[in-house]
Design a protein around this ligand. Structure first.
Ligand SMILES: [Zn+2]
Length: 305
């Protein structure tokens, strides 16, 4: 399997403060791991920022202007949990652009899967609001680009982050061109994503929320993914699969574990062989896969094969 990646040192210029959980060192650790173990195996493509027009397909012009203005200040608090630095706006532009270039890369069949190692993350971002460390909704922007540029009508977005991706959920809630499936802990931020929220209007039935319990083991999660994804994929026949690949379900993640007396044992869940198995399900259909990594844990890199 050929795997393309996006990486860029400029993502590290998005500074959130020494004590913020989504800090540059996490991505830096991934980059060092890539250099050490995977240099020859991955196809790295240069990263370019998204255009304003591409971002405006999802975010309001007033919100985009507000993000631009943050370049004038050393620190801005976009939301109580979302502090950003003067260079963050550009990293956000670049993160959305990397996902768009991933779509181009996949549609040109230059590789079978594409991993965008980017920050800031995106799945909580709403059209006019930053939230949960997210500025622009990278997946939503890239999915909309795939719809506009390549006339795709069936995009499956899988969100395995421990938090519900309320931004992606809301943006495509009435749109059957994007089938959003999320597994998440309802007891954690943003406390949304109920099982009976399945979409509205033409999008009715195209949202799949699966709240998970803290008692779930890795075997439960793997069973759940295999049993739900298989019929979803065979019924929907996605032309593109995108994964909001947050790794905070990992047992060592400081946020995924917070306030959880019995942490979800994610230690084996995202091991290479499980990922490969997941890819095999996808790739068996010759479907391109795009994964924008969100909050990649420094505990995980060695397990990505
Ligand atoms: Zn998360």
């Amino acid at each position: 399997m050929k795997v393309g990646i996006a990486r860029d040192e400029r993502f590290l210029e998005h500074k959130t403060g020494h004590f913020h959980p989504e800090h540059p060192k996490r991505l830096d650790a991934i980059y060092r791991m890539l250099d050490q173990h995977f240099k020859e195996q991955l196809i790295s493509i240069p990263t370019e920022p998204a255009t304003v027009e591409q971002i405006e397909r999802i975010h309001s012009p007033a919100y985009i202007k507000r993000i631009l203005k943050t370049a004038e200040q050393r620190i801005t608090s976009l939301a109580p949990d979302t502090p950003i630095s003067a260079d963050s706006y550009f990293a956000a532009w670049l993160a959305a652009g990397a996902c768009i270039q991933g779509i181009d890369h996949l549609m040109a069949k230059a590789s079978d899967a594409f991993f965008a190692f980017v920050r800031p993350p995106g799945h909580h971002a709403l059209p006019d609001k930053a939230a949960g460390f997210c500025i622009f909704n990278n997946i939503a922007i890239a999915a909309q680009y795939a719809i506009d540029r390549y006339s795709l009508g069936r995009i499956l977005v899988i969100d395995w982050d421990i938090h519900h991706g309320n931004g992606i959920h809301d943006i495509f809630y009435d749109n059957p061109k994007v089938l959003y499936m999320s597994t998440h802990d309802l007891m954690m931020y943003p406390y949304t994503g109920e099982f009976d929220q399945t979409g509205s209007g033409k999008g009715n039935g195209y949202t799949v929320n699966i709240p998970i319990l803290r008692e779930f083991t890795d075997d439960d999660m793997i069973y759940l993914y295999q049993e739900i994804l298989r019929p979803l994929i065979s019924g929907y026949r996605p032309q593109l699969i995108m994964v909001a690949a947050g790794f905070d379900a990992h047992a060592d993640d400081p946020i995924g574990r917070s306030n959880r007396p019995i942490p979800l044992n994610g230690s084996d869940l995202w091991r290479g062989d499980t990922l490969a198995e997941t890819f095999k399900i996808f790739a068996g259909k010759s479907t391109p896969v795009l994964l924008p990594g969100r909050r990649l844990s420094s505990a995980c890199p060695g397990r990505i094969h």
